[in-house]
Each structure stands twice: as C-alpha cells, then as structure tokens.
Design a binder for this molecule. Structure first.
Ligand code: IDC
Length: 521
C-alpha cells in the first residue's frame, strides 16, 4: 500500500477526531436523538468530530483504531511511536503499552486496526483506560446480561465492572452481544459515560494502584517477583515481603509431575511468568505412580522445575502432593528425608516455599494424624531453613482449616492451605476463611480450580471471579489447578498445546484465559 502523505494524514485526523475543538452541528445527528448530547459534548471538548463531508454517521460501525484513539484522547494519553504508518498507530501503541488490550487482540502490525472493534474488547479498553479500579459484583451484574455465556473469559471482569459503573446499560432484552460491533453513536455514549464515572476529567488516567479512583481494597498488596520482594515472612495473617509489606502471590500449579512434567519446563514456566504470575507450584504426587514409586526420577523433575522457576524470578512451591494416600503420617519418614534434602539445597534461596501435605483425606484427624506429621516435617525444614514459609494442609482435602485454627502448629512463618473448586465450593468455605483469620490463622490458597472438585465440569467463571475478588480483598495468595493440556475443564491449556512454544490466547482454554487474566488482580 502506498503511504498516505503526511499533510493528508493530519487533515484526516483533524476531521475525524476534531483537533480543531469546534463543535459541529451534524445534519445526521437529529435533535432529540438518544445520543445527541453525548456527541455534542464530546465534539465540543475536541475529542471527536465528523467526516470531511460534514456528517457524523452515527449508525456506522466504529473501527478499532477510531475507538482506541478517542478513548486514549479522553484519558489524556499521548501517542507513542507507532509501528506502522497507520494514522492511529501512535495511540494504539500507547494503549498496548498501557495494557489496555493485549498484543493478539489488536496486533501492532495493524491488520485489525480498521476492523470493527468487538463490543467486549471496546469495553475492556475503555474500562482499563478510564476506570481501571472498578469491579462489578458478579451476582448483581451478571443478572443484567442475558447472553453472559457468550462472553470470552478474558473480558468478563471489564464487562461486569462496566455494568456496575453504569457505563454499559442492558437493552430491553438484556443482551450485550459481546462479539458484535458498536455504532459510532453507541461508542460515543459509552466513552462519555466512562468519562463521567471517572470524574469528568480528561487528565491522564492514573496508573492503576497509584491513585485509585475508588477506595483501595482493604489490603493493599504488592506483587512482583523474588528480586523485588526477597525473603517472605508471615505477619499476623498476612504474607509479607522482606521489607514487611503485604505481598500476594498468584500463579499456576502444575498437574501431577509424573504425568505432565513437560509443562514444568523452562519455556512453560517462562510463558506463565510473562502472563504476570509470580509463583509456580510443583505438584509432586506421592502416590499414583509419583514420588513413592520413583523417588529419584521425581526429585530430578522437581529440582529442574524449581530451578527454572527461580531463574524466572518466581516464587516456587514444593508440594508433597498426597491425594489417594490420604494420611500424611503414613509416610512421615519419607517426607522428613525429602524435605530435609530440599531445604538443605534451597536454604539460601528466598524463592522456595514448602507445602508439606497437599490434601489429607479419609479416615484421619487433625490432632491424630496431620498435626503430629506437620510438627515433624516443620522441624526438619527448620533445621535447614529457619525462616522459610511452610504451608500446611488439613483434613477433608485441606478444607478443615477451622480444626487447625483451634490447635495450630507452633512456630513462625507457617500458613495453612485452603483448597476450593468454584463449581463445588462457595460461601461456606469463604466464611470459614474469615472465621479462621479472625482467630489469627494465616491462609494460603495453594490450589483452586474453575471446575468442579473432580477437575471437570463448568467452567464456573462467575463463581471463580467471586472467589478471586474475595481473596484479593483479603490479600490472600493463590495457585490455580492446573497448567497442563489434559482434556479436563480445569486445565489451562488446550489439548495438544506444546510446552515448548510461546502460547497465544488461542492456546489457552476458557479457564486458562480467565486465570491468566487474573494474575495481576
Ligand atoms: C486431579 C486431576 C485429574 C486426576 C486426578 C487424580 O485434575 O486429572 O485424574 O487428580 O490424580 C484436588 C487434587 C488434585 C486433583 C484436583 C481435581 O489436589 O490432584 O487433580 N483436586 O480433582 N483436590 C481437589 C480437586
């Protein structure tokens, strides 16, 4: 394609986006129409204008380039150096750099710039640009959207927030039509509503986290990796960094290393880190063909993965994944030997956390089996790594944290794991978390899934979001089950995904898209 001459280009920009700042009376914007006020106000403030022939074309579908540019200007953002000669490349580059959308949604190479922007993407861009702190209560907002199931997981948060903020209002049938385009008139209304909800200011939108527009969550946490946070410690019920600031870890758990160890390789870990995770959990099954039947091989897989995670600046959890072997005290000796060796090996690394019993279950009790086991293993780890954070499970697949709260293990930097699956567990377990924290028990969600407890069914994204909002409010860390390509809904990767390549959004399952989009929140 021949490049457009610069003069013509700036002319086009003026006309389309109204750099003259003059309010135009558009013949095709009828008096009394539902969008007229919005169009007039935005034209008057110089954010928008019409076409060279004087028309506004309210019914025309807005392109991605137009929508993002107007949003960026409304947010007071400046254009950066674009990667192509497209008239909007500069603003789109800024939007990309600010994380208002991801590379694959609107590649900077420009092939989607002039296509209609899907409504779900438009809302994401708008909310991130103008109302980055807003969240929507899933129960209230989801009820307003009759075609909620059509939404892609990665847009879920933004759309709920947009409904909550009144930026999007359902039509009479309650549909949102996430994959359809927006007319220019509709876009104008949405942008104006977001601008008003943000306080009407056209000043640059604040960076999320520095000057939030809504009151901060009860716990303000830092993220970041090991270099930034150093050795972890537990203060009260809160996980903190070396400096004593509340910290939150969010990331993935592997599936069983004996089956899906390939997804614990350096490339898979790098992929996960690049999506914003700061922790990686290594699920080393003890039973089911795992460590107890092939200790050396499993240990080597685990060590290689732990080292790869550390190389990516991630915290790493060494998980003694008891499951079918429900009583941890049946193998105390093996666990003591294993954790002694690991703690010796990693005693100087601030990155390593020890999870000593994934999910005790069956005919066992806290006081008779789990606590005595935990005391011995904690002591063994402490002999090598006096300060490392240790995660302790509880009966009923790590749900009976109330039993641990009534009779905790003595010592510092100990946390208790709570596991949930969004299709199975809900309010009752959330209430339990609040109850044990009130008693001073620090909680770490070292495993949760978007599926039912059997790893399948769903996915239950609304319920998952409610859980993650709950955890974020309390500064509770989590790892999601699981990073593998098994054909089950809890898996983050579609079957056949290579552990050796970079993963596009298409490689991620519905669960994976949702979970990866929540590492930062
Ligand atoms: C599940 C896996 C599934 C596997 C099964 C048995 O998703 O593919 O066949 O284990 O090994 C847990 C466990 C975790 C379970 C997961 C889902 O910690 O090992 O994985 N789950 O069932 N606790 C609650 C749910």
């Amino acid at each position: 394609m021949r490049p457009i001459p610069k003069v013509l280009l700036s002319c086009l920009l003026c006309l389309l986006l109204g750099w003259s700042g003059a309010a135009a009376a558009f013949p095709d914007v009828e008096a009394g129409s539902w969008y007229r006020d919005a169009v007039e106000e935005m034209t008057a403030s110089g954010l928008l204008s019409g076409y060279p022939d004087g028309s506004f074309r309210p019914g025309q579908t807005i392109s991605a380039a137009e929508f993002v540019t107007i949003t960026a200007r409304t947010a007071g953002a400046a254009p950066s150096q674009g990667q192509t000669a497209h008239w909007a490349a500069g603003y789109l580059q800024t939007a990309l750099e600010k994380g208002w959308y991801d590379w694959d949604e609107l590649p900077p190479t420009g092939e989607k710039f002039d296509q209609p922007i899907p409504r779900q993407l438009a809302v994401k861009v708008l909310m991130r640009a103008l109302l980055p702190e807003r969240r929507g209560d899933y129960n209230t907002e989801r009820a307003k959207i009759s075609d909620f199931s059509q939404l892609d997981g990665r847009y879920y948060e933004a759309v709920l927030a947009a409904y909550a903020a009144g930026v999007v209002k359902g039509d009479s049938s309650g549909t949102f039509r996430p994959h359809s385009g927006l007319s220019r008139a509709e876009a104008c209304i949405l942008i104006q509503r977001a601008k008003q909800a943000a306080g009407g200011s056209t000043a640059p939108a604040p960076d999320p986290g520095t000057t939030p527009e809504t009151p901060p969550s009860p716990v303000v946490t830092v993220q970041g990796g090991v270099t930034e946070n150093g050795a972890l410690q537990v203060k009260g019920t809160q996980l903190c960094n070396q400096a004593g600031e509340p910290v939150v870890l969010r990331g993935m758990s592997t599936h069983g290393l004996q089956w899906y160890g390939s997804f614990a390789n350096a490339q898979s870990i790098r992929n996960t880190a690049q999506h914003g995770a700061n922790v990686f959990r290594l699920a080393m099954y003890t039973g089911e063909g795992g460590y107890l039947s092939q200790p050396e091989a499993m240990k080597q897989t685990l060590i290689a993965a732990a080292d790869a995670a550390i190389a990516q600046d991630l915290y790493v959890i060494l998980d003694w994944h008891i499951l079918s072997d429900g009583d941890p005290s049946a193998h105390t000796e093996e666990a003591v030997a294993f954790f002694t060796e690991m703690a010796k090996r990693y005693k100087d690394s601030p990155a390593v956390l020890y999870e000593i019993c994934n999910e005790p279950n069956g005919n066992i009790s806290w006081s008779g089996n789990v606590k005595p086991y935990a005391e011995k293993v904690v002591q063994a780890i402490r002999a090598q790594a006096p300060k490392a954070v240790i995660l302790i499970g509880s009966p009923t697949w790590s749900q009976d944290i109330h039993q641990a709260a009534a009779d905790p293990v003595a010592g510092e930097n100990l946390m208790y794991t709570l596991h949930f699956y969004a299709g199975t567990h809900g309010q009752e377990l959330r209430d339990r978390i609040d109850a044990v924290r009130a008693k001073g028990l620090p909680v770490f969600v070292s495993e949760w899934g978007t599926s039912r407890a059997d790893g399948s069914g769903g996915v239950f994204l609304a319920e998952s979001a409610q859980w993650l909002d709950f955890l974020a409010q309390r500064g509770i860390s989590w790892c999601n089950w699981s990073l593998c390509d098994k054909g089950e809904t809890s898996a983050a990767l579609k079957p056949g995904t290579s552990p050796n390549g970079v993963w596009s959004q298409e490689a991620l399952t519905q669960s994976g898209q949702f979970v990866f989009s929540r590492f930062g929140q």
